[in-house]
Design a protein around this ligand. Sequence first.
Ligand code: DX5
Ligand code: ZN
Length: 221
Amino acid sequence: MPIAKIAPSMLSSDFASLAAEAHRMIKNGADWLHMDVMDGEEKLLHFVPNITIGAPVIQSLRKHTNVFLDCHLMVSNPEKWVDDFAKAGASLYCFHIEATNEPEALIEQIKKAGMKVGVAVKPKTPIETVFPLVDKIDMCLVMTVEPGFGGQKFMPDCMPKVQSLRENFPKLDIEVDGGLSLDTIDTAAQAGANVIVAGTSVFKAESPKDVISTLREKVES
Ligand code: DX5
Ligand code: ZN
């Protein structure tokens, strides 16, 4: 299994102090920062009923840190934002498979723009939809809540998807996102996830450092 990476979700941070919050997480052991981008557009199959941040915020944050910025695009028409995010300094551009009809072209576009590529699947989307793409991407994100908001309950019924991915692709970075905490990490780690997004459980912790290091230990054990 690839090495553990712990990615605090900045959606749970105080956006008014974003740079300080980013430094706090890095100081406490974060490997990546997870940036949730949402467009509030409710249509077709890929709606996310919330609006969060866009490329200008990534650009502002990038001026304060070199950390790996793991950008999770919960937007319709992900093709539209690739260049803006690349210019802003995003490290990885993760789009939803439900949001495009031409995933292969989009993967090429993201690579050409100089970013790593992730593909995300919502809880109800079969994991087999990403199988033909895996050899072209850097990471697969298996959502463990319906995308849209932090602080939701982890859905263990998404674990067979993680297991199936891990069995078929032992070297792939597999990210889980939504409701990850000290209570749910064992289930996710045993299924084979190695990139752990954690918003509420890290930001609300008395010691984010302890939570981050325990999440890492559980993945590595
Ligand atoms: C939800 C986002 C998540 C969210 C995770 O749509 O993609 O990244 O911020 O937050 P927690 O860890 O609180 O579930
Ligand atoms: Zn996310």
